[in-house]
Structure formats: structure tokens, C-alpha cells
Design a protein around this ligand. Structure first.
Ligand code: PBG
Length: 328
């Protein structure tokens, strides 16, 4: 018998919902979804992020409610971003033990720390008045090694606040080693690192800049990766693993599925993908115009990331998607 039509009919396995469910290779589960959350200092009401309909900058109170909701939805974790009232050249609020992010970590860990993994962004861009992810040298360039000292201090204060995983996202060379050493030397051997390993200089971060009140003028091309390049993602992976990354991440997600696949094939540690603000905004905007089926789009994009090799997905739709998965 030859393996050809009319004997071979792939449509047999697509003929009914039950058949399709039986043979689905990729399944989504709420436990692998991570919800990014913004908490803003000095506000008494949540502030909507206009470029991300449905997303807000939380007060400390509403953040507590949001993480309870996330835990009840069965999510795997939350990733916290702080929006300070004051920015300066070195991002001082990022290392203030009483800074907004550190307070929020304490709140969240005491509220839901047993039921989901609490993560925090470890980067200076939310805290600097120039908006770069590091401190600047006299000539205006981003000073790698001086920035690493700031990251070490951030790692200590975030771990002191009780965070489970820190997420260094600044793409400085050597950042994972420095953060690992700072954690170990301050008695935080069990605090893990979710490394932003392959992070591209991307226009998809546009709406996020509003979400964190970033003052950036210019771009991050001297430290984030060039969208034209795949090979250096594997070099970054090798380096982050050698420096002690516990999980690695690819970001943005949908325009970088090839990178995700390559990293997933090469990585001995779990691989995450970050479906970023611009990916969210595009779908929300098209849906608001009635041009696409919003819910199908959400599930399809998440499924494609999972299929390409992501084991955890950071997505602003995490809670809603978890609800949709339950109904299927
Ligand atoms: C840096 C950081 C950024 C995002 C997460 N961490 C912005 C940037 O690198 O410019 C973007 C996330 C998103 O767009 O949803 N702290």
C-alpha cells in the first residue's frame, strides 16, 4: 500500500472537536502563565495605560487584589514592575529598601507568596530620569560595569523584600554573574534568576514605555540585540547559563519564534517567552475595530509560543486566558 492519496487522508484527524482534542500536540495551562503587573507610587486610584486597554498602573491596594485574582486563576506567577514618583540619574529608587517595588514585593509575598511565584523586574529604566537601563558615562553612553554595581544592589534589596525570582532585563554583559554573586553573598542562595537572555531592541515595547512612565529619548540599540541577528541569541544563552541563570527568556515573542525554537532546543533550563506590550496592543486595537476575533487571537498567539518551545509565557492576558482555558 502506498502512503498516498486516496489512502492517506490527514483530514480524518481533523473531523470532529473530539478528534482534534485527542491529537492536539500543544496544550496551554494556567500554571505556565505569568502576569506582568505595574505598581505606581503615590496614586490613590489605579491609572489606566491608554495604549494597553485593560491594563492599569496599580496602587498598592489594588495590586494586592490583582495578585489574589491571579492566584485564584491558577497562574504560575506574577512579574512586578515599579513606577516610582521620582526618577534620577542613577535610578536611586530602584535600590531604596522602601522604594515602591520593594514595598510591593513585600505586600505580594505576604498576600499570595505561597500559592504563586513572585518575580520582579531588575532593571534601571523605570527609575532613571534619562530612561536608560543603566547609568551613563560622562560621554552619555551606557556604562556597563558601573551599571552592574547598581544591579547587584537591586538584587539585594529585592531579595531582602522576599521575591522568589529576580528578572534582570537590562542586557548588560555579565549581569547574571553579578546578580548571582550579590544574592549568594547576602544569604539569598535560594532566590532564583529568570534571565532576559535574548532580548531584542524592539518597537514592540512602545506601549510599555507609557506603562512605566519612561523618559527615554533615543533607543537601546547599544545593549539590546539587533532584530537582524539570531546567532548572538545562542551566545547570550551560553553566557547566561554559565553565569547561573535558572530560567531563560526570549523577548519579544511572536516576531521571534525562530529564536524561541533555537533557544528551546539548546537550553537545559526552562525557557520563557514574553508576549510584550506591543503584541498585546496590536490585538486589542484590531479587536476594538471589529477586525479580528479577539479571544481566538489570544489563544492562537499563546499556543504558537508554546508550540515554538516556550514553557512559561508572560502575558498581559494571563488571567483572562486562564479563564478561557477552563471553559474549553
Ligand atoms: C526593561 C523592560 C522593558 C520591558 C520589560 N522590561 C522595556 C524595554 O526594554 O525597553 C518591555 C515589556 C513590554 O513591552 O511589555 N525594564
Amino acid at each position: 500500500m502506498s502512503a498516498e492519496f486516496p489512502y492517506v487522508r490527514p483530514r480524518r484527524l481533523r473531523q470532529s472537536p473530539a478528534m482534534r482534542r485527542l491529537v492536539a500536540e500543544t496544550r496551554l495551562h494556567p500554571a505556565e502563565l505569568i502576569l506582568p503587573l505595574f505598581v505606581r507610587e503615590g496614586v490613590s486610584e489605579p491609572v489606566p495605560v491608554s495604549s494597553m486597554p485593560g491594563v492599569v498602573q496599580h496602587t498598592r491596594d489594588t495590586l494586592r487584589k490583582a495578585v489574589v485574582e491571579a492566584a485564584e486563576a491558577g497562574l504560575g506567577g506574577v512579574m512586578l514592575f515599579g513606577v516610582p514618583a521620582v526618577q534620577d540619574a542613577t535610578g536611586s529608587e530602584g535600590t531604596n529598601p522602601d522604594g515602591i517595588l520593594q514595598r510591593a514585593i513585600r505586600d505580594v509575598v505576604s498576600e499570595v507568596g505561597d500559592s504563586l511565584v513572585v518575580m520582579s523586574d531588575l532593571c534601571l529604566d523605570e527609575y532613571t530620569d534619562h530612561g536608560h537601563c543603566g547609568v551613563l558615562a560622562a560621554d552619555g553612553s551606557v556604562d556597563n560595569d558601573a551599571t552592574l554595581e547598581r544591579y547587584a544592589e537591586m538584587a539585594r534589596v529585592q531579595a531582602d523584600a522576599g521575591v522568589h525570582l529576580v528578572g534582570p532585563s537590562g542586557m548588560m554583559d555579565g549581569q547574571i554573574a553579578v546578580v548571582r554573586r550579590a544574592l549568594d553573598e547576602s544569604g539569598h542562595q535560594d532566590t532564583g534568576i529568570l534571565a532576559y537572555t535574548a532580548k531584542y531592541a524592539s518597537a514592540f515595547y512602545g506601549p510599555f514605555r507609557e506603562a512605566v512612565g519612561s523618559s527615554l529619548k533615543g533607543d537601546r540599540k547599544s545593549y539590546q540585540q539587533d532584530p537582524a541577528n539570531a546567532r548572538e541569541a545562542l551566545r547570550e544563552l551560553e553566557q547566561d547559563l554559565a553565569e547561573g541563570a535558572d530560567l531563560v527568556m526570549v523577548k519579544p515573542a511572536m516576531a521571534y519564534l525562530d529564536i524561541l525554537r533555537q533557544v528551546a532546543d539548546a537550553s537545559p533550563v526552562p525557557v520563557s517567552a514574553y508576549q510584550v506590550s506591543g503584541e498585546y496592543a496590536m490585538v486589542e486595537a484590531a479587536a476594538a475595530n471589529g477586525w479580528i476575533d479577539r479571544e481566538r487571537m489570544i489563544i492562537e498567539t499563546l499556543t504558537s509560543l508554546r508550540r515554538a518551545g516556550a514553557e512559561q509565557i508572560l502575558t498581559y492576558w494571563a488571567v483572562e486566558a486562564a479563564g478561557m482555558l477552563e471553559q474549553r
